[in-house]
Design a protein around this ligand. Structure first.
Ligand code: PLP
Length: 399
């Protein structure tokens, strides 16, 4: 007998769980796109998106997913043949590199593997070697959703500053914005990309690019920017349609309005970050207990190097895949696949999974996921250490 009936829970790292209030805000007839409520509401989104990113500079909204946001950023930073330094710590760093390469950017990729963050010493070597300052931008991922590693953005900024290197610093916060602390201006970030369906708790469909005055200046000569991707009319629109280079994503915008109000004005961004941190620690505590004497381990050994929105882990001998399907079929919880940790054709592929704890999630949801995983390990006979639920509860209890 399956116990999956009831409200299902998608615990994958995007799309994340959406508040009913966001969905309700979207449930309305098509609005007038020439005057009235939509136009006034949209104007309020820009300052709030800047608050979310910690910037007083600029933001453009696109009808796009995260891949579109990458492409938007690339189009405005680069001309064909320009050089980029990409720092990869998992599948998504590689993805941004591929996206840049495909449009003619000359990409130098420094790959830090799947288990460790960006090493500033290697970044320094790569930038020192660029004696003529040909590198126009350094691209990095804040939290790579595949490995769940969190990178120290300020350390990369410090390397650029110490060398006096003029490259832009561009950061993918698609998995971390609204989950992990991020301060665009204080951290000296020039370009930052995000998408609606993760920490922002809105259905997939909106991509965002924040950019600094310095990046704006560089974009004036970037010849990859086509009319659709050009961020300037979007960020400095004189007419409403310019914000979106055409029809606005009307319903997504109403959903976004609701989610920004919830994050910024009701819960408060600092609290949102603290909630994600605690829920993440409860998941890590459970894995640490399961891993005692068993082939179960978190992907990132050092807690300070783990993102707070998603946890990548190994459950050996294909246990991860068996557990994922048990949790969905028997308990209504969908866990994330192990992305980019092994090829889907490799025997090891089934030994990786990810647990998301991003967006509109609270203690009972995350604790429920951990409990269901524990039940699944028992049902499937997957060897695991004892005490995971105690350990998770202790974190939630604040001990
Ligand atoms: C999800 C994600 C992407 C890709 O976003 P899509 O909306 O799937 O295109 C890129 N980078 C990171 C870090 C992500 O988490």
């Amino acid at each position: 007998m399956s116990l999956a009936q009831g409200r299902p829970y998608l615990a994958i790292p995007g799309p994340s769980t959406m508040p009913d209030r966001v969905l309700a805000a979207m449930h309305r007839p098509a609005p007038n796109i020439y005057e009235g409520a939509l136009i006034e509401m949209t104007a309020s989104l820009f300052p709030d998106l800047k608050r979310l990113a910690g910037t007083r500079q600029h933001v453009a909204i696109y009808i796009a997913n995260g891949h579109g946001a990458w492409e938007a950023a690339n189009a405005n930073m680069f001309s064909r043949g320009d050089k980029a330094l990409v720092l990869a710590t998992g599948r998504f760093g590689i993805g941004w590199a591929e996206s840049a390469r495909a449009v003619g950017v000359n990409v130098e990729l420094v790959d830090f593997g799947l288990k460790t963050p960006v090493d500033p010493a290697r970044v320094e070597d790569a930038l020192r070697a660029d004696v003529n300052h040909e590198i126009r931008a350094v691209l990095m991922t804040h939290v790579d959703t595949a490995s769940s590693v969190k990178n120290d953005v300020t350390a990369v900024r410090a390397v650029l500053d110490a060398l006096g290197h003029p490259a832009l610093l561009a950061v993918d916060c698609i998995a971390s914005l609204g989950c992990d602390a991020f301060h665009m201006d204080d951290w000296g970030v020039d370009v930052m990309v995000a998408a609606s369906q993760k920490g922002i708790m809105v259905p997939p469909g909106l991509g965002f690019v924040w950019f600094s005055d310095k990046a704006l200046e560089q974009s004036r000569s970037a010849d990859l920017a086509t009319p659709y991707w050009n961020w300037t009319p979007r960020a400095f629109a004189k007419e409403y349609y310019q914000n979106f280079n055409g029809t606005a994503p009307t319903h997504h915008l109403f959903g976004l309005r609701e989610s920004l109000t919830m994050i910024l004005d009701e819960e408060g961004l600092e609290h949102v970050w603290a909630r994600h941190a605690t829920l993440a620690r409860s998941v890590w505590a459970a894995f640490d207990a399961w891993g005692q004497g068993a082939d179960i381990a978190l992907n990132i050994a050092n807690p300070a190097q783990r993102g707070h929105s998603v946890t990548a882990a190994r459950i050996g001998d294909g246990g991860a895949q068996r557990l994922r399907s048990w949790c969905e079929r028997e308990a209504g919880v969908t866990l994330g696949i192990g992305l980019g940790m092994a090829l889907p054709s490799a025997p090891e592929y089934g030994s990786f999974l990810r647990v998301a704890h991003m967006g509109h999630v609270n203690a009972h949801m995350t604790f429920g996921v951990i409990s269901v995983m524990e039940a699944g390990m028992r049902a499937l006979g997957i060897p695991h250490g004892a005490g995971a639920l105690d350990a998770a509860a202790a974190v939630i209890a604040g001990r």
